[in-house]
Each structure stands twice: as C-alpha cells, then as structure tokens.
Write a protein that binds this ligand. Structure first.
Ligand SMILES: [Zn+2]
Length: 340
C-alpha cells in the first residue's frame, strides 16, 4: 500500500466545499447532513453476464471461449454507453464508471471517451469473472491468481485513461472478505459491492450488521469494525419491518419499478451517504442475442431499454441531481467526517 492515498491527499477540502455547495442548492426532499448519493455505472456487455461467461453455470467457460466461438456481432455496449454519457451531461452528473478492463481492447476508444468526458474510472474485473462460486460461495481463484487478474485490469484501465484507479466493484457483486484484502494490496482505496438484503446474499458471509452507508471492513472479512485504509460503500435497501428489499441498481429498478427503488434510496440516504448504479446495457435499445443459461436468469433483461432509462432519469431527478457525486468523491467527504 502507498502511505498517502488519493482519497487523503487529493483535494478533500475541495470535495467538502463541492458537497456543501450541492447541499445548499438541493431542496427536493428532506435530508440529513450526510446524504450524498454516489452514482455509478457498470460497463460490461451482454456476454459478460454469468449466464453467458464467467461463472460456474455459464454457456461459455470464459470470454476467450466466447470470442473463439462467436462469429456474430458482439458490441451492444457502445450505443447505450454513449446514451449514458449524454444522460449524465444533460442532468449535470459526474459519476464513477466501473469498467470491465477487456472493454479497453474490444471497444477501441470507448473507455478513453468516458474518462475524457470527466468521469471517475473504477475497475470491474478483467473479464467479469465471479470471484466466488455463485452456488457454493467458494473462491474460484487462488488469491495469487485473483491478484494477477485484477492487477492486470487496474493497469489496463490506468494506461488507457491516465487516471489512477482506486475504486473496485466485484463482477456480479459476488464477493468475499479475502477479495478486499487482495484489492487493498493492489492499491485500491474502496470497494462498492456489498449488497446484503432479505432477497439475496451474493457474499460468502452472513453480514447481519451491514447497513447502507460506508464502513471500514475488518481484515479478511466483509463485516464492519475494521481499522484499515480500505472503505466499503454498500448498496441501498428499503427496510419494511423485518424485510430489507434491495434497491441498489439498474436490474432492480427494471424488475421492481421506480417507486420501490426510490423509497429504498431515499430511506438509505437518511442513514448516510448511499449509492445507486446501473449498466449501459440496462438502457440498450437493441435486442440481445438469445444465448446462455437463461433458466438461471429467466427475467434478466426484462424492461430494459427506454423504460429503464425513463425510470433511472426520473429517480435521479427526483432524488436530486445536485446530491449525485462519483463514489470516490463521496467517500472522500465521508472520510473527512469519520476517519479517526
Ligand atoms: Zn457487472
């Protein structure tokens, strides 16, 4: 680990001033002092999903086998990524783009454009491989293999954009505590993958105490209560009695609709800074090739396209675009308030 991290040395005062500015002009709903919304985008194509590649139940073993065997058009990502960038320009939002690093090779110029248009670049794996088995939750790689894989991804994204990449999101959000140790060794300063709720748990732990605001995880663990540089930015949920409904992102706003997700995001913002993410492919207009183990994901692309884009635009607008920040800036502010 470097001694001085980007979160510490780069303009934390500026981040706080920017935050205060945004809060001063933001009055669409009642809020506390801390409720910034970290907005992010997971940049991956249709064939990166686990039904097609990168998991134990995929149609193709990995992205390499997919490209060896696939002779048809594969790029369904460029169009909706441009649409996403235009949407953010229109709404005045700067976000974090967690990018699968092989996008650098297979979509020339796209990652560079995202950076040029002013957004934070984060890492979403090299080929979008699940770190743990979705069923058994056992690691799919040794720590050494995973470190090499993610180290390559980080360098590839940094070489393409000139940005230091300090944010990580685990592919498919399948994550274990050991993953955090590995990425911390690689120089990452935060992760945003932990989604603990009543409907699914994609982690290898029970995590009864994880809330929706940033926290410092223990070593080799996803549980709060650690003393280390790495910060976790978990996903929001809507707590209704004993039930926690996940409201983190694009697939959920497609499946549950805007009002459920908005309730979860607004409620989470009352607890502290929170997050919302979507994928460019959530708002893609084209129909994707019908390939892959759809038995495991029968409603995967339901309500994608224009419907999803309308819901996302409406959510961000009604929550308040002024409070939307990239993940890194959100955590910079949180750290300035909470770090000992
Ligand atoms: Zn993903």
């Amino acid at each position: 680990m470097t001694e001085t991290t980007q979160l510490e040395h780069e303009s934390s005062e500026d981040a706080v001033l920017e935050y205060k500015d945004k809060m001063a002009t933001c009055n669409s709903i009642e809020r506390t002092d801390e409720n910034v919304l970290a907005v992010s985008v997971d940049v991956e194509d249709w064939y990166h999903v686990p039904a097609v590649t990168g998991s134990s139940f995929s149609e193709f073993e990995d992205v390499h086998e997919f490209f060896d065997k696939w002779n048809d058009e594969y790029d369904y990502l460029t169009e909706p990524t441009h649409r996403t960038l235009d949407l953010f320009d229109e709404l005045g939002i700067t976000a974090t783009f967690f990018i699968v690093a092989d996008v650098v090779d297979n979509y020339p110029g796209l990652v560079e454009e995202i950076a040029d248009r002013g957004h934070e670049i984060g890492c979403h794996g090299l080929h979008h491989e699940c770190a743990i088995d979705p069923d058994t939750k056992e690691p799919r790689f040794t720590r050494k293999e995973y470190k090499e894989q993610i180290g390559t991804a980080k360098r590839k994204l940094e070489d393409a954009t000139g940005q230091e990449v300090v944010g990580f999101r685990a592919p498919n959000a399948y994550i274990g505590g050991w993953v955090l140790d590995v990425i911390e060794e690689l120089g990452f300063e935060y992760d945003s993958s932990v989604a603990r709720n009543s409907l699914f748990n994609k982690t290898d732990s029970e995590l009864p105490h994880v809330d929706t605001h940033p926290y410092v995880p223990k070593q080799n663990s996803l549980s709060p209560g650690g003393d280390r540089p790495l910060i976790e930015l978990p996903w929001p949920f809507w707590e209704v009695g004993p039930v926690r409904i996940p409201t983190g992102g694009g697939p959920l706003i497609r499946l549950f609709g805007e009002s459920v997700v908005k309730r979860g995001v607004v409620q989470s913002l009352d607890r502290g800074p929170s997050s919302f993410y979507f994928h460019p492919v959530d708002i893609a207009r084209a129909d994707f090739p019908k390939v892959g183990n759809t038995k495991r994901r029968p409603v995967y692309w339901l309500f994608k396209g224009e419907t999803a884009e309308k819901r996302i635009r409406s959510l961000l607008t009604s929550v308040g675009t002024e409070r939307c920040l990239p993940c890194g800036t959100t955590l910079q502010w949180w750290k300035s308030q909470h770090a000992q």
